[in-house]
Structures are given as C-alpha cells and as structure tokens.
Design a binder for this molecule. Structure first.
Ligand code: IMP
Ligand code: MG
Length: 187
C-alpha cells in the first residue's frame, strides 16, 4: 500500500492532505444531508467551473433527490473591488432559477470574495433559496463574511491541488487533495 501511494504521488506534491477514500466517504455523507434538506423539492445544482467538476460529479451521483444541473464560470477581482461588486461571469446559467432552490457546488472557499458576490448576484434572480456546499474551507483566509451551509473539510492555510483544484491549470486530475511543494510556485 505504501509503495503504491508513493508511486501515485505526483513529484510536485509535498504530501497528501486528503485521500481519495476520505473524500469519497465525506461526499456520501454530504449527499445524504443534502437529500434530507431538499426532500420533496427539485434543486438546481450548480457546478462552479472548473475546480468543482470532480466534487460536483461525485456528489450528484450520490444524491437520490431529483435534481437539475447547470454550470457557471466566474472569477472575482478580490478585495479592492468588493464595494463595486465586481464579479466577472465568464459563463452564465442556462436554467431560469426564479422560484427554484439553488445549490452552489464550489471546490474551495478562500477569501470568500467569489461566493459572496456570486450569492448576492444569484439572489437578485428571485430564487426560492440559495445554499452553498464547498469541498474545502480555509476560514483563516476569509476577507468577507461568507459561511457555507455545507462543507467537506476545513483545512489549514496551505495551497492545495488535485480533485479538481489547480495550480496554473495543472494537477486537476489527481485523485486526492495534496499540498503543492512551495518550490513549484516560489521561483
Ligand atoms: P476566493 O474568492 O478567495 O474564496 O477564491 C476561491 C477560488 O480561489 C477557488 O475557487 C479556487 O479557484 C482558488 N483557490 C483558493 N485557494 C486555493 C488552493 O489552495 N488551491 C487551488 N485553488 C485555490
Ligand atoms: Mg481555480
């Protein structure tokens, strides 16, 4: 087992923080909670591209409640532009969410800026509810009040990759969440 793990470990990953097995168990538990929450309703489950693609695909397959899916690509300009509410929408929803229960699926909440602004923006479209589920949460880094309703793992302030998360668009296909070696980005 140890040998296999080492062989799977990407050379630029310092250590595995969360294994594929741990992720899978947590995803099942979250899906059960969400099934309970949305009982009798048909939520629109929104994948925030690209980072949450793995989490999203695994989560919706574990959910038993009828649901619809949609995709969004957004980025925030960070702290300085919060007052102006600058959120860049690179790809918008195609489903009309008016009167619907929306579940935003995110990979990681860091400063909180992206989701803070996204939630505000989606709320202007008269949904019945907007909830957030994030795989990872780095609460130490928060710059705005943003508390996700559901989260997979609370992690320390370290830069992680894998299971959808990238550094310069790479490492998304690693099956685990790992800490990237500092040497990779401190050049
Ligand atoms: P926020 O607006 O600062 O909360 O930004 C969240 C976004 O930053 C996430 O959707 C990720 O794309 C990116 N991000 C933040 N921390 C990490 C990390 O440790 N690894 C990879 N991407 C990260
Ligand atoms: Mg990203």
């Amino acid at each position: 087992m140890e040998v296999k793990k080492q062989a799977e470990l990407n050379e630029n990953v310092e250590r595995i923080m969360i294994t594929a097995e741990q992720i899978s168990a947590r995803v099942k538990a979250l899906a059960a909670q969400l099934d309970k929450l949305y009982e009798g309703r048909t939520p629109v489950v929104v994948c925030i591209l690209k980072g949450s693609v793995m989490f999203f695909a695994d989560l919706i397959r574990e959910m038993k409640t009828p649901l619809q899916i949609d995709f969004m690509a957004v980025s925030s300009y960070g702290k300085d532009t919060i007052s102006s509410g600058k959120l860049q929408v690179k790809k918008d929803l195609t489903v009309n969410i008016s009167g619907k229960d929306v579940l935003i699926v995110e990979d990681i909440i860091d400063s909180g800026n992206t989701l803070y602004q996204l939630k505000k923006m989606l709320n202007t479209r008269s949904p019945n509810s907007v909830n957030i589920v994030t795989l990872l949460d780095k609460p130490e880094r928060r710059e705005v009040p943003m508390e996700p309703e559901y989260k997979g793992f609370v992690i320390e302030d370290e830069f992680v990759v894998g299971y959808g998360l990238d550094y310069a668009e790479e490492y998304r296909n690693l099956p685990y969440v790992g800490v990237l070696k500092r040497s990779v980005y401190e050049k």
